[in-house]
Ligand binder design. Structure first.
Ligand code: PRX
Length: 649
């Protein structure tokens, strides 16, 4: 224990190889093929990425050096000029894909729009010219605060086309959050909509932006897309209707020839404390990384209908709704609303009607589907699906099994993709035709990605010991820094383990060399000198038939250092002491006495971020009976905290 490794207590040895049919049709169709691709990428990374970049991206001017690495600052494809919007749009216009659907969009109230690559190109050019007419220049920053309508993607691509750096702020954030981000990035324009729909309710986006703009001195203009036709105030000289400025704009807007390292976007993520960090991504390396990982992980084919259910306010939407799929020429489904509107079967209905072949969603959604019940799924024909994916949190093995059986009909591989806003694209995941899956494991690294696991003394840990997950080599999709704060970038990611990128997650590797993410470093529970991972304790609870969701945290304990407290939501059964006892016995049987919770609390819901991650740091304070002084601005539903505190009294 001296090295501060984390003890793995989880027993999970189910293994699911791809079916022979899937494997035969897959682009990377054997483990040997994956291994040789991986080895090639490690043997000579610059040759590997250089060749792909030449082949997969359009270059106005070729690069003369693949990588300039002055740790921790990387430049990829040095000296080259390209354009992400060109690679996503223009690159397809001289091929048959010109009239292929880029987006199949569905509004929450039920409207549908299909937009081809040629149509998307035209809309993007018109909007890019509109932004130019407002005086925007390469390097200026645009905040985008919109519902999930195609114009959100059009705005992102228009910015990319003219070198304007976008900062998408999730449509659920407050005026305060928008103003903070406007001010940190010195945004010149805000692109928004009058309103949007969520669970049947109107979101008054423009009104929220108005409040934010009162505190955003750098913003000179605001463009408003008319979505919900609600009444909004338009300020003369500052506010412009999207339909007015684009009506006058020319559809001819050649893509700006941008340096490989020109900033493409900023995306703010909330650190656990303090002000949000503006993660900075740039042009060529990011574009190549999301295109290749999209093709590899989703075994992408031209006739696929791909649906990533994320919002463009998160990195998942940037990389796997917009930039990855479009640069690969894919058809992507985009949905505006909630999964339970008008009924809890909305996702299955969308899959059936659009014949979706690949579904990429989050564990939090999967746990909600399980709770809502199988009858919603049974009403629909999901036979078009061939591949499933997850992202955002670890998936509990029992939730994985439900996804596999109920949604995948036991025929679809599941790609559990581990990555971060900072990494730009997927870092670890099964390649579905090549790597047998195990429920709860993100399996193997992507080509070019070199993970290492270290204990607190920075020594490598052995098999089945958890350690800090670091990345030893630069990769093209990596963040290039934090907006305006290089010191914080160095401090946060590169100081604790010199020369390595510190992910902030723990992980272990099993005897087959498979990676299992064990949660955030800060969330480890230390019981009598044994360091336990949250996900392992939670997964043991989720495998109990009555449990829908569980969050495990440590509470200070005089004898043991910490004891385990779990917060549990039920899908069935009565919340009583008998059930608590049964659950403790269940955990003892599944993973052993050490991990048995001292305290089990039933709750109707868990505090989550707006992207669906459980906020364990808030639960830690509640478990300890402390008034929380932590930042709660990313909390989705404030009433959950009040209820949890009330439960204690
Ligand atoms: O803790 C890991 C968890 O989500 C973190 C990254 O969050 P964010 O920057 O919001 O990006 C989410 C979309 C990529 C990681 O540090 N995480 C993400 N995917 C997984 C995961 N944990 C376990 N398994 C995953 N597949």
């Amino acid at each position: 224990m001296s090295g501060g490794q984390i003890d793995s207590v989880m027993q999970e040895d189910r293994k699911f190889p791809p079916t022979a049919d899937f494997q035969a049709a897959a682009k990377i169709g054997s483990f040997a093929a994956y291994e040789s691709l991986y080895e090639e990428s490690i043997r000579d990374p610059e040759k590997f990425w250089g060749e792909l970049a030449r082949k997969d991206l359009h270059w106005f001017k070729p690069f003369n050096k693949v990588l300039d690495w002055q740790p921790p600052f990387a430049k990829w494809f040095v000296g080259g000029t390209t354009n992400v919007s060109y690679n996503c749009l223009d690159a397809h216009l001289n091929s048959w894909r010109k009239n292929k659907a880029a987006f199949i969009w569905e509004g929450e109230p039920g409207e549908q729009r299909t937009i081809t690559y040629a149509q998307l190109h035209r809309e993007v050019c018109k909007f890019a010219n509109s932004l130019k007419s407002l005086g925007l220049k390469p390097g200026d920053v645009a905040t985008i605060y919109m519902p999930m309508v195609p114009e959100l993607a059009i705005a992102m691509l228009a910015c990319a086309r003219i070198g304007v750096v976008h900062s998408v702020v999730f449509g659920g954030f407050s005026a305060e959050a928008i103003a903070d981000r406007n001010n940190d990035a010195k945004a010149k324009v805000v692109i928004t909509a009058d309103g949007g729909w969520r669970r049947g309710k109107l979101l008054e986006l423009k009104a929220t932006v108005d409040t934010a703009l009162a505190k955003s001195p750098t913003v000179q203009n605001c463009v408003v897309f008319q979505r919900a036709k609600n009444n909004v105030a338009m300020k003369d000289g500052r506010d412009h209707w999207w339909h007015d400025i684009t009506a006058k704009a020319s559809a001819d807007c050649p893509a700006e020839q941008l340096d490989s390292e020109h900033p493409l976007f900023i995306l703010y993520t909330s650190g656990s404390t303090g002000k949000p960090k503006g993660i900075r991504h740039t042009t060529a390396g990011y574009n190549l990384f999301v295109k290749k990982t999209f093709e590899w992980v989703f075994d992408y084919r031209d006739d696929d209908i791909f649906w990533c259910t994320a919002d463009c306010g998160w990195v998942t939407g940037h990389s796997y709704i917009v930039y990855g799929p479009l640069s690969a020429g894919a058809t992507t489904v985009m949905y505006e609303g909630a999964p339970n509107w008008p009924e809890e079967d909305r996702f299955w209905d969308i899959i059936e009607r659009h014949r979706v072949t690949i579904l990429y969603t989050a564990p939090t959604a999967i746990r909600a589907f399980i709770k809502w019940g199988d009858h919603h799924v049974d009403k629909h024909d999901l036979s078009s699906l061939r591949l499933l994916g997850t992202v955002g949190e670890g998936i509990n093995p029992e939730a994985w099994m439900w996804y596999h059986r109920k949604i995948g009909g036991e025929r679809c591989p599941i790609v559990d993709t581990w990555w971060q806003t900072e990494t730009g694209g997927i870092m670890m995941s099964p390649l579905p035709g090549a790597i047998a899956t195990k429920p709860g494991s993100c399996t193997k690294p992507m080509p070019g990605v070199v993970p290492v696991l270290l204990d607190e003394q920075l020594q490598p840990v052995g098999p089945n010991q958890g350690g800090m997950l670091c990345i030893a080599k630069p990769w093209p999709g990596m963040l290039r820094g934090l907006w305006g704060d290089d010191d914080r970038y160095v401090q946060q990611y590169w100081t604790k383990v010199p020369g390595n990128y510190l992910t902030g997650d723990n992980s272990r590797v099993d005897n087959d060399g498979y990676y299992w993410i064990m949660g955030r470093i800060d969330d480890v529970i230390n019981v009598s000198g044994h360091r336990l991972s949250t996900i392992e304790v939670e997964s043991a609870l989720v495998s109990h038939p009555n449990v829908a969701e569980a969050a495990a945290v440590g509470r200070p304990d005089e004898l043991k250092g910490q004891s385990v407290v779990v917060f549990v939501t039920l899908k069935s059964g009565e919340a009583n002491d008998a059930l608590k006892t049964a659950m403790k016995q269940h955990v003892r049987k599944e993973i052993g006495a050490l991990a048995v919770p001292d305290d089990i609390r039933f709750t109707g819901s868990l505090p989550k971020t707006r992207s669906g991650k459980i906020m364990r740091r808030l639960l830690r304070d509640i478990a300890a009976g402390k008034e929380s002084v932590q930042d709660t601005s990313t909390l989705e539903d404030y009433s959950v905290l009040a209820k949890l505190r009330g439960d204690e009294e």
